[in-house]
Design a binder for this molecule. Sequence first.
Ligand code: ADP
Ligand code: MG
Length: 240
Amino acid sequence: MISIDNVSKWYGDFQVLTDCSTAVNKGDVVVVCGPSGSGKSTLIKCVNALEPFQKGAISVDGVPVGDPKTDLPKLRARIGMVFQNFELFPHLTITDNLTIAQMKVLGRGADEARDKGMKLLERVGLTAQAAKYPGQLSGGQQQRVAIARALAMDPIAMLFDEPTSALDPEMINEVLDVMTQLAHEGMTMMCVTHEMGFARRVADRVIFMDRGQIIEDCSKDDFFGAPRGERAQQFLSKIL
Ligand code: ADP
Ligand code: MG
């Protein structure tokens, strides 16, 4: 579903990604971890073309992301993205947050968009919040709305960038539970997270990045059982 092939990227003179290659099969959950500044966010932003890259190739469902002929808005509409800071539209109600892109980007009618939005809101347990504004919800609730909003677009894959890092500890599990349910339903997911409990329970594979490189890319059992490299071992010993 997602193929990343020898991707390198520079910010000016600074090389942020060096020859990154990996692939995510349909239905797989891949957790990406590594120290702060190692390039995790940059890598997943390259996948849905929020960041350009200078070398290599990425394709999503066979569509080449770096090809100037690719219709990027169309591609992005098919890839759900959930960020650390929720990024809901603050001036719109939860209902409107859930429906606006369905109508504007996918051309759905108001009733259809509303039905779909409400179904997803129910799925994340927030039906009662439909008429509120994001600022009236807790962080955990906002992040669940952000996930529902992404799902409303019927994405072929979901990218998560530290979706629980901005949350108080008691709210982390309510978001991880939604992500776990999604994984069990077969969604293709690439998740930047340091929640190693989630990785152990849900991931098929774990990627470890350091200084712009993919250092480890292995099954979760290999990653947690016998971390091959010293850097991954050091990282794990700090966060576990
Ligand atoms: P991570 O998500 O693993 O913490 P990032 O992908 O955010 O890492 O950043 C990787 C490196 O690239 C960091 O050293 C960061 O300072 C640098 N970086 C990120 N965004 C930019 C930017 N827009 N311009 C220049 N450097 C950047
Ligand atoms: Mg990051």
